[in-house]
Ligand binder design. Structure first.
Ligand code: ZN
Length: 190
C-alpha cells in the first residue's frame, strides 16, 4: 500500500518515516473556562486529513497510529496521586470502530483507567462549520451513565470552539465528578 501522508510504498498505512518526522507530537494548551485546560498534540493543518479518516473503513488504523504517538506517550509520563478515569466524548461506532474510544484506550496506565460507552450525545446535529451561537442553541444533550464522584480526563479528537467539551464537563459535574482536564489530538485554533 501507499503511505497516506507521503504516498511512498509502505507496509503501514502511515510510513515509519512520516511517523517519526511529520507526526512528532508537540504539547499545546488552551484554557476553555477558568482553570479548565485542554491539551493537544498536533497543529490542525498537520493532521486534518488524517483525522478525516474517521469517516473511512481504514480510519481505525490511522487513529491507532496517532494515538500511540501522542496519547500513549502522554500516559507514560503522567502520574497522579490516585487512579482516574478517562472518558471518550461520544464514543459511538461507525465502520465498526469508535475513533474517540481508540484514543482513550491508548491512555491506559497505572494511573489512568479508560472507560467506554458512558457519555453519549442525544443530539447528533453536525457542528462542523457552525459558529458558537449555533452550537449554544443546539446543545449536544449528553447522557452520562458512569459512576458518580470520580475524577475524569475527557477525550476528543478535535477541539474547535470547546462548547462540546464544556457541555460534557457540566454533565459530569452534575454527577459529582471532577473533570481534571481534557485531551485532544488537535486544536483547530492552533
Ligand atoms: Zn510517509
Amino acid at each position: 500500500m501507499r503511505c497516506l501522508s507521503c504516498q511512498s510504498l509502505s507496509f503501514k498505512i502511515i510510513c515509519t518515516q512520516c511517523q517519526d518526522e511529520l507526526l512528532k507530537p508537540s504539547f499545546y494548551k488552551r484554557e476553555l473556562s477558568k482553570d479548565f485546560f485542554v491539551y493537544s498534540f498536533y497543529k490542525y493543518a498537520e493532521v486534518n486529513e488524517l483525522l478525516n479518516t474517521k469517516y473511512e473503513f481504514y480510519g481505525d488504523r490511522v487513529y491507532n497510529i496517532l494515538a500511540s504517538l501522542s496519547f500513549a506517550e502522554f500516559a507514560k509520563n503522567f502520574q497522579y496521586e490516585n487512579s482516574i478515569t478517562a472518558i471518550a466524548i461520544d464514543d459511538h461506532t461507525r465502520h465498526d470502530f469508535s475513533h474517540t474510544a481508540i484514543l482513550t484506550r491508548h491512555l491506559k496506565s497505572t494511573y489512568i483507567i479508560p472507560k467506554y460507552d458512558l457519555l453519549k450525545v442525544q443530539n447528533q446535529i453536525k457542528y462542523a462549520g457552525k459558529n458558537l451561537e449555533f452550537r449554544k442553541k443546539n446543545k449536544r444533550n449528553f447522557i452520562y451513565k458512569g459512576e458518580k464522584h470520580c475524577q475524569v480526563i475527557l477525550v476528543d479528537d478535535i477541539i474547535t470552539t470547546g462548547s462540546t467539551l464544556l457541555e460534557a464537563k457540566e454533565i459530569l459535574e452534575k454527577n459529582n465528578c471532577e473533570v481534571l482536564f481534557a485531551l485532544s489530538i488537535s486544536d483547530a485554533n492552533i
